[in-house]
Design a protein around this ligand. Structure first.
Ligand SMILES: Nc1ncnc2c1ncn2[C@@H]1O[C@H](COP(=O)(O)OP(=O)(O)OP(=O)(O)O)[C@@H](O)[C@H]1O
Length: 278
């Protein structure tokens, strides 16, 4: 579904991402893990058209998106949940949803358009906070709002940039289940980047390791779930403890978000399933 071939990108003439090849099959999750500064966000921005590719190509279902401006890539069906969520602090949840809901320009099978009602069914905590300003939401709720906004474009591919940054282990688990639900039940194609091997292992079918802008390892989800140490070794990290998957993904830079989880009510499990049982 999403094919990156030799994607190369950077800033001001300097190259940060070097010749990345990567495929995300339809209805699956591909996670890219790497240390801070490895080039994860740069890669996501190159796919979304926020940064030009200096070489290589990005194809969506065979359609070459390379060189198109970001708004046209979005219209082709690429949704982005950016790092840091980027919600509008003064707007309410309802206002965010109203602004984001739109008829997709790309072809979407009948009955699969994401409406506000469908999004709120997936993310029930937002339904109780429609009149609340985004600034007053917890970190987890802001992450859900950012996800809701992206879904309302009915994307064919969802790009998630560090979706568990600053979240508690419980909310990280919720994000993990949401990602799994979207791929398995809704057929969403997901490319996510994260510094957390545990989070990546918990929900991806394929995990690529990005080191200094280059893919230096690729593993199957079953393989990394069977031996969580595989990714840690690939990243030169200390071996995970036995609870590594359970508290997956608070992120190497977690805790920096002043909104994180403050005042949040417990959130429901949208899927009620343990993705590790797959
Ligand atoms: N706008 C920019 N201008 C110049 N250099 C940049 C810019 N954004 C990022 N970089 C550099 O590109 C490199 C990769 O940054 P990037 O944000 O892609 O890494 P990352 O893997 O997403 O890191 P993190 O996990 O900390 O978000 C870093 O050296 C960073 O300083």
């Amino acid at each position: 579904m999403l094919d990156l071939t030799g994607v190369t990108a950077g800033y001001g003439g300097g190259t940060v991402v070097h010749g990345v090849d990567l495929t995300v099959d339809a209805g699956t999750v591909h996670a890219v893990v790497g240390h801070n500064g490895a080039g994860k966000t740069t890669l996501v921005h190159a796919v979304a058209g926020l940064l030009p590719c200096s070489a290589g190509s990005v194809r969506l279902a065979g359609d070459d998106l390379t060189g198109r401006p970001a708004h046209r890539i979005a219209r082709a069906g690429v949704g982005l949940v950016p790092q840091g969520r980027r919600v509008f602090r003064r707007l309410t949840v309802a206002e965010h949803l109203r602004l984001a809901e739109r008829r997709p320009r790309h072809s979407v099978p009948a009955g699969t358009v994401w409406t506000t009602g469908r999004v709120l069914d997936l993310l029930p905590p937002l339904a109780g906070r429609l009149r609340q300003r985004a600034a007053t939401l917890s970190g987890g709720e802001q992450q859900m709002l950012a996800l809701a906004r992206a879904l309302l474009g009915s994307p064919r591919v969802l790009l998630l940039d560090e979706p568990t940054e600053g979240l508690s282990p419980a909310l990280t688990g919720l994000v993990q289940r949401l990602v799994t639900t979207l791929a398995e039940d809704d057929g969403m194609t997901v490319l996510l980047v994260s510094p957390s091997p545990g989070f990546a292992a918990s929900c991806a079918r394929t995990v690529s390791v990005l080191t200094s802008g280059r893919v230096t390892g690729r593993f199957g989800g079953a393989e990394v779930r069977a031996d969580p140490g595989v990714l840690h070794r690939a990243l030169d990290l200390a071996a995970p403890d036995s609870g590594a998957l359970a508290d997956a993904g608070s992120g190497a830079d977690g805790g920096a978000d002043p909104c994180a989880d403050g005042g949040a009510e417990p959130v429901s499990d949208p899927a009620g399933r343990d993705p590790r049982s797959r």
